[in-house]
Ligand binder design. Structure first.
Ligand code: AMP
Length: 185
């Protein structure tokens, strides 16, 4: 029997940011998802890095599941030509549907929304609600201040050192791909 297709949930900016390396990483993420016959799960927007990942994945032949709440359909330009396009009533439902349909989570550079999504899956891991692998793609050191903050939180005794083991920091898509393969096997 063929094994089930793995789904990669990508959290990333609804903006592209100022460093072109982030756009390139987002496109490489999309291509890697297609090359490994994974499915992209993401927030269904056609803006910023979200749009870059999705277009690159689609162009390279990946299947995709996009999940967007009604009130963001216009603002984030809901990408209706995905393999599956789900509209939810609110943000909580969006995150739940994305999480439930994913086998691993990758966080690319992004803003407060990406941080919210990262902390939700990280804190759920911390309290034992799931064991899905979480990867922080640290493109050109973008997430360094976040990693330093988490280390500070641990050093000050507000989290166990085990928190640091609940996500992996990887610098490039080239290094991420084999790590994802191992984590999914
Ligand atoms: P950002 O990283 O701020 O560009 O946002 C990336 C994605 O996260 C966008 O699709 C936002 O709609 C989404 N987002 C923003 N705020 C939240 C939130 N509170 N909960 C879940 N997703 C959010």
């Amino acid at each position: 029997m063929p094994s089930r297709q793995s789904s990669i949930c990508v959290f990333c900016g609804a903006r592209a940011g100022t460093n072109p390396a982030h756009t390139e990483a987002a496109r490489a993420m999309g291509r890697a998802i297609a090359a490994n016959e994974w499915r992209l799960v993401y927030g269904a927007g056609d803006v910023g890095l979200m749009g870059e990942v999705a277009r690159a994945a689609q162009t390279a032949g990946a299947s995709s599941l996009g999940v967007i709440p009604t009130h963001l359909l216009a603002l984030e330009v809901g990408k209706r030509d995905l393999t599956q396009f789900i509209v939810t009533e609110n943000m909580h439902e969006r995150k739940k549907v994305m999480f439930m349909n994913s086998d691993a989570i990758v966080v690319l550079p992004g803003g407060a929304g990406s941080l919210d999504e990262f902390f939700e899956v990280l804190t759920w891991a911390q309290i034992g609600l799931h064991e899905k692998p979480i990867f922080l793609l640290n493109v050109e050191g973008y997430w360094q201040p976040l990693i330093a903050l988490l280390d500070h939180i641990i050093a000050e005794g507000f989290a166990s050192a085990t928190l640091r083991g609940q996500f992996r920091v990887i610098d490039t898509i080239e290094a991420l791909t084999p790590a994802l393969k191992t984590a999914l096997s």
